[in-house]
Design a protein around this ligand. Structure first.
Ligand code: FAD
Length: 546
């Protein structure tokens, strides 16, 4: 038995036997912790046997079994409670002592300085790389999600305070420019224009951990990751996006990508949309829109307009019937834009069906099943081409956490974007509860607000910035023309330029120029770099930002 002292009151060792307990007691320990699950090896005495022997010789005992993979902040919390008893001297054991040492490093993270923990681990000679890694998974600001919101916020923070310690947690090696998928589905963009390596977009000065959060513990300002590692933050920004709930449409996952069933909501399928559009000479083209909220509320009808425009230009519209099934009651949520959109509905002779929700697809029979939302009656609709937009909801990890509101969204004050119950947590993007249009355009305005307010919170000052609900939806009504919807909370129009430059309530070429040429560089070179062009946060009125 080789005992390694990590502090005056805590030591670790490899597997012990009942016969070792006299020596352990003589060395001054009064408590034994077993971190090894029973049954790991055949020569391992069960914890019960050690517990009984401890009791017999007057030593305390606790069974706190764990593996490196499942080690979590709750294990660390339990150990720190055991350690909190005054003058107790603990000897913890596992197979080699490494797991116990790693858990100790997590348990003392907030009470013992890093250097002291590092030194103790190094001097122990245990080679505890897991423990060192645990110590490294901490940051002043942890950002969840390396999508539009996560990267823009990291960049905006670092523009303001270059020395801030920012850790981005993002599982994907690829970052997608999702607004480009509408144009891929219309043959205007190549798919490659909408994807970049995440590593190339991480702002200078930020660190990237390729992992995903699996559990939040906001009371302790810690997270558990899918790898099992634990992360401690001083402040947290959550931008994990929205979940596409394909499972809510029976058959969708099976038929997407074949039999004429497609969706611009998937990177891999947007090129299939364009292939189908070109191939379709005659028949029935059906487009679906689920209940709100969804990301880019205009995207389902954009797919319809651009497909119809192609058929129109090819002279095929007399042979192709277009039906748009919308679970909602209106074509677009802000009435000012509806007349311009209706003109295009007429031009393309599209039939609108409100209050109808797509429930099932039978690809082999090329039939879609829609429920009448009011009566519950089901209608079978045959198609040759079906563009599907899935229902959407908050990501599982957020909706099952203490950070969620009643509807499952990451709860934030809609103006300050700070969590109302956990002051060191902020949220933005598609997954937060603010009632704006869920768009990258909204994120462009939200990120600077989060950056300002988060840094003010660090300084103990009141929150200086508010978000007024800006979102934008460039409705691509034809190749070369866009109805540029820009509005804030309550549908109040918030145009970026005066009406004489661009009238957003009409289809304009300037809107198309913005969508097809200017927005991608604005996204990659301004927004994701913290260059806040036309995105300066509005100052907070004292009564709104809380
Ligand atoms: P995302 O950019 O989706 O990023 C979320 C990130 O979180 C992802 O990288 C994901 O991997 C990561 N993540 C998920 N779970 C975890 C986890 N557990 N741990 C850590 N990370 C996690 N917007 C516009 O402004 N204009 C448009 O014209 C437009 N058109 C669109 C068309 C389509 C077809 C689509 C799909 C979207 C469109 N959007 C448009 C919407 C826009 O893309 C989103 O609003 C924007 O990307 C939201 O940013 P976000 O950071 O909230 O989410």
């Amino acid at each position: 038995m080789e005992i390694k002292n990590l502090s005056e009151s805590f030591s670790v060792t490899g597997q012990i036997n009942a016969a070792d307990l006299d020596e352990i007691k003589a060395a001054g320990f009064d408590y034994v912790v077993c971190n090894r699950p029973d049954g790991e090896s055949s020569d391992q005495p069960p914890a019960e046997e050690i517990a009984a022997a401890c009791e017999a010789c007057g030593l305390g005992f606790a069974y706190l079994p764990l593996t490196v993979k499942d080690m979590s902040s709750s294990h660390a919390e339990q150990l720190s409670q055991l350690m909190s008893v005054e003058s107790r001297r603990i000897l913890a054991y596992c197979r080699s002592g490494k797991r116990s040492a790693t858990l100790w490093a997590m348990a003392v993270e907030s009470s013992v300085p890093d250097e002291q923990v590092h030194k103790a681990l190094q001097e122990s000679g245990l080679g505890v790389s897991e423990a060192i890694a645990v110590l490294e998974h901490r940051a002043e600001v942890v950002i969840l999600g390396g999508g539009a919101g996560g990267l823009a916020t990291a960049a905006s923070l670092l523009r303001r305070r270059g020395d801030l310690d920012v850790l981005i947690i993002e599982p994907s090696e690829e970052h997608y420019y999702q607004p480009g998928w509408t144009l891929v589905g219309a043959g205007v963009f190549q798919p490659s224009q909408t994807v970049r390596k995440t590593s190339a977009l991480i702002p200078t000065g930020a660190r990237w951990l390729r992992d995903a959060v699996s559990e939040f513990d906001p009371e302790r300002s810690t997270l558990t990751l899918e790898s099992g590692a634990s992360v401690r933050y001083e402040q947290l920004v959550v931008s994990t996006g929205i979940e596409l709930n394909w499972g809510a449409i029976e058959g969708a996952e099976q038929w997407l990508g074949s039999h004429g069933v497609t969706s611009n909501y998937r990177f891999d399928l947007a090129p299939y949309t364009w292939q189908l559009v070109r191939q379709l000479q005659r028949g029935k083209a059906v487009f679906s829109q689920p209940p709100m909220p969804i990301k880019c509320a205009g995207a389902p009808q954009k797919a319809m307009y651009l497909s119809a425009d192609y058929w129109f230009r090819q002279g095929r519209l007399n042979e192709i019937a277009i039906d748009f099934y919308n679970a909602g009651e209106v074509l677009f949520g802000v009435a000012d834009y509806v007349p311009a959109l209706e003109k295009y509905v007429d031009r393309y002779q599209a039939k609108l069906h409100f209050k109808h929700q797509l429930k099932a697809i039978d690809g082999a029979a090329q039939t879609a099943y829609f429920d009448d939302v009011a009566t519950g009656e089901q209608q079978a609709v045959e198609f040759d081409f079906l563009h599907v937009c899935p229902p959407q909801r908050s990501t599982r990890v957020v909706r099952e956490s203490a950070l969620a509101d009643a509807a499952g969204w990451l709860e934030v004050d809609q103006y300050s974007l700070r969590h109302p119950r956990f002051e060191n947590v902020f949220g933005l993007g598609d997954g937060c509860s603010a009632p704006n249009a869920k768009t990258a355009a909204a994120v462009r305005k939200q990120a600077p607000v989060v950056a300002e307010n988060l840094l003010a919170t660090r300084r103990g000052e009141s929150l200086p910035a508010i978000y007024q609900g800006y979102g934008s939806c460039p409705l691509t009504v034809e190749r070369g023309k866009v109805v540029l919807a820009e509005f804030g909370y309550g549908g109040v129009l918030q145009p970026s330029v005066p009406r004489f430059v661009n009238d957003g309530t009409r289809a304009t070429w300037l809107g198309w120029l913005l969508k097809a040429r200017l927005l991608p560089p604005i996204y990659f070179h301004l927004m994701l770099k913290g260059r806040e062009w036309l995105a300066a946060p509005a100052p907070a009125a004292k009564e709104t930002a809380t």
